[in-house]
Design a protein around this ligand. Sequence first.
Ligand code: ADP
Ligand code: MG
Length: 730
Amino acid sequence: MTVGLETRLRDAVGAKTAAALTDGLGLETVGDLLGHYPFRYAQRGEQTDLGALQVGEDVTVFAQVKAAFTKQTRPRPGKRPGSLLEVVVADEAGRTLALTYFNQAWRAKELKVGRWGLFAGRVGQFRGRLQLNSPQSRMLAGDGVDEADAVEEFAGALIPVYPATADLPTWNIAKAVRTVLDLVGRPDDPLPSAIRSRQHLTDYATALRQIHRPESFGSLGAAKKRLKWQEALVMQAALVRRKAESAQEQATPRPTGGAILAAFDAALPFELTGGQRQVGEEIATELAATHPMHRLLQGDVGSGKTLVALRAMLQVVADGGQAALLAPTEVLAAQHHRSIVEALGDLASGGELGASPEATRVALLTGSATAAQRRSTLEEVRSGVAGIVIGTHALLYDGVDFADLGLVVVDEQHRFGVEQRDVLRAKAQRPPHTLVMTATPIPRTVAMTVYGDLETSRLTELPAGRTPIATHVVPYTDQRWMSRAWARVREEAAAGRQAYVVCPRVGGADQENGGDGENGDAGTDDKRPPLAVVDVIEELRNGPLSELRLGLLHGRLDADEKDRVMRAYAAGQLDVLVATTVIEVGVNVPNATAMVVLDAERFGISQLHQLRGRVGRGEHPGLCLLVSEVAEGTSSRERLDAVASTTDGFALAELDLEQRREGDVLGAAQSGTKSHVKLLSLLHDVDIIEAARQDAMAMIVADPDLKGEPAFAALVDDLAADRGEFLEKG
Ligand code: ADP
Ligand code: MG
């Protein structure tokens, strides 16, 4: 039979191997296996760092046998005497590791002093020494030993090391790969040949062969470049095509100039920033067009995005349409509702007696509404009385019907996926305009990939009169510093201002993280569990903040309670809010000036930046104290110092990207075996991504359905079918 990339593995390699590849690694076809790339390449004489092994880790090490001796073990009651083979292996730097085998004396024959091999097993410890107990092994050819024992898979200079499982060591994967490489011969090249030659890319068959069995670093590099290009081009073609398709859709134009927007602008107590005006005009023009807008609005916390979105909503409302604002949490939805109603003033009194004719109604729809509330809100939405509808994912449910949905605004996109955007968009008669707002500064590569189907705008300046936030790292174990930190909170309160205390964990009976975005990295198994809000509030109440009015906010409170606490805090009835990251996004209390983040090292860079954006939103300077017990000179401490050293959200986002695993950026799907982006790095492959985007645009313009490149089109379709998974972020 002929074997192609689509062939099932069981028809290409033995049934047992195929089953192990499928069960252990999720690989089903020949193409899946060839897409299971080595994660590194061992080299004879390289420094496998035996010093860096961790107990409990499953490892494959490359090392040389230094000593081997067999002992008889003493007979124990009921046990016959046995043999213990002890082998010492070393890396190039001379660091050693013990291997032990019980009753496998025969192994001494292959584990001869001087031979190099790969050893796979779980790192254990015996009498303070690291060891592998009965590791699987594969000895290499050469080194003056019997060639017949040597393994052919390792004939090359660079030895592929694959992500493996306990049942399936890397050399078995290497063997299966070699088998299928021989069977498939030279599969067709899906990359358009024009692009291949222009970008000087190796052909597909060669690239596959060289990434699995490289002849040299040079050929490996060429193979990687080629495969990355393919990933980038397929991804960009899918995004560009999606963009082109939505540009073909017919939207209801919502021309500018309605009375409600004019009335709103006239009543604004401040001037729009230059950026707000410019982006506002861009959006106004797009809303007036006959094709739907798809725009991403980026702007650091406090840059005034919500105002830009509100003005867009009013433009649609003025034209008789409705606007929906999708928020990630109930706290945020409720807050948006409050602040939008407040900003609109009389203009939000639509349907009430004596309301001005241009007024509308602002509805709030969350999961926690009572049945009666929900019924009346749904009616307002259905009848069109509510011009602006704010809600959480509850907006997405069946039964939420709009009279004429014209604009979908998504706040803090990273909590929603493309799919959810699409569910909401489907509630409109014609494709609605879409505006996605994010306060997480997005590095260029991420904008081109994760958000690559959207046009982007940026608000780069903060409204005038903002005072910068001063950030300091405070050592948790230093009593003097800590009492000074709490004294600062008391001083702010004494001056009539407010503070936040943020902890990574909710605490209480349930040790897990709460929902609602409380995603401080509570999982690290350190000596002590991360600090929990329910404990910290007690300590503060009975200690340094006993004189102050404290409130508690976390995702496990019911919605009414959350709303009550937020209202009390916003109204100044509480001095300090002890909270989890529920306050991370969008919470806006301009009178809050201080924030103390406890166990700060448990949060990511961008998350800390988001958190501190909650303070210094008014006229008074903000203060952020990052409390941590990590030692100076550690990478965790460096992250905190970086956050303390700059308030440039874009610089921090780039740094964050550098430190996060790529998979976290593109979403879980990326780390899956079937993922479409395996080699491409959002951090290091900016050039490839940019060039691929250009090429993809040219391709789609010339041939929108990619009819001329069927093999390439199939890859793009495949990706598009998975795009929900692929584009969705965490
Ligand atoms: P973002 O959503 O980008 O975090 P917001 O739209 O919530 O920012 O704005 C933060 C605060 O700044 C709000 O209180 C808002 O009323 C205020 N604000 C917005 N634009 C301006 C402006 N041009 N001048 C002064 N204050 C502004
Ligand atoms: Mg906001």
